[in-house]
Structures are given as C-alpha cells and as structure tokens.
Design a protein around this ligand. Structure first.
Ligand SMILES: [Zn+2]
Length: 161
C-alpha cells in the first residue's frame, strides 16, 4: 500500500544540476550528473511516516513544525543547511503537526519546533525549542557520525573502532 513517494527538485551543490529526489528510496540520493550526494529534505505526514522515516536507510531527523510557529521558521533553514553538510549521511523529514497530529502525539510532542533524530526506527535523541546553528550543528554531527560509523561497522567487514 501507500502512495508513490513525492519527489522534490534538489539543485546539486557541486554542479548545479537539478535532480528529482524521492522522499523514500534505498540508499541515498546522488546527483545524476556528477554523483555527489544530495541534501535529502522531504515532507512527511502520518501516512508516509513509516516508509519515509521508520524504514529510512539513513538516520532521519524529523522536524516537527507548524505554519503558525515563529521559532519553527528560524529552525527550518538551519536544518536545511545541515542536510546539505550531512548529505549522504542523514535525511531530514519535515512533519507539519497540524496536518499530522497522530505522529506528533505518538512522539509526545508538546512544544514545537521539536527535532527528533531516529535511526532504524528508534529514537536516538531529541531537541525541543529553537537553537542557534552553532549549537545544533555539533549536536547533530556528533550523533549522525556515531550512527553512521555503527552502520558501517555492521555492513562492512573490517576493523571496529
Ligand atoms: Zn552534481
């Protein structure tokens, strides 16, 4: 079941080519022209949450937001920039809590913006409230690096750290 994942047009940060990027896919999106990993920012709702977030191939940062929320508009561009920095290592899923209250409820979201980082369907950590990029970036990078090194040690034979 389920609808075809929605595609967004993403401009490649390396070469400028415009690529269609689906909200759910195996692996992660690459530029069709130069092969660079693309920032993966998608919209998600209650119906698509399982496929887009819980079954994601990468750690997924869910941005719980709503149109009336001022601080959400501050956090949103920061999160999109971080998706660019962490292209190929993380995806960002934006969830409008007004449109998808069931998921917000399930995660006990009481204030927005709330950012919840999940890997393999499990919550790793969360932040509630607007934070400056200088604080959000290290918070996220640290957790995503840890998540991806764990994934690599499971899928590739080699030394474990
Ligand atoms: Zn490119």
């Amino acid at each position: 079941m389920g609808d075809t994942p929605v595609a967004r047009i993403v401009t490649c940060p390396q070469c400028g080519k415009r690529n269609r990027v689906k909200s759910a896919a195996a692996g992660y999106p690459h530029c069709q022209n130069c092969g660079a990993p693309l920032p993966w920012v998608v919209d998600v709702d209650d119906a698509g949450f399982r496929e887009v977030v819980l079954q994601a191939s990468l750690p997924a940062l869910v941005d719980f937001w709503a149109p009336w929320c001022g601080p959400c508009r501050v956090v949103s561009p920061i999160v999109e920039r971080l998706a660019g920095t962490l292209a190929g290592k993380m995806k960002v899923a934006k969830l409008n809590t007004d449109a998808s209250p069931a998921t917000a409820n399930q995660y006990g979201i009481r204030g927005i913006p709330t950012l919840v980082l999940l890997q393999d369907g499990k919550e790793i950590d969360r932040i509630t409230g607007a934070m400056p990029e200088s604080a959000l970036r290290p918070w996220l990078e640290q957790r995503v690096q840890k998540a991806s090194s764990r994934a690599a040690s499971e899928s590739i034979t080699g030394e474990r750290r």
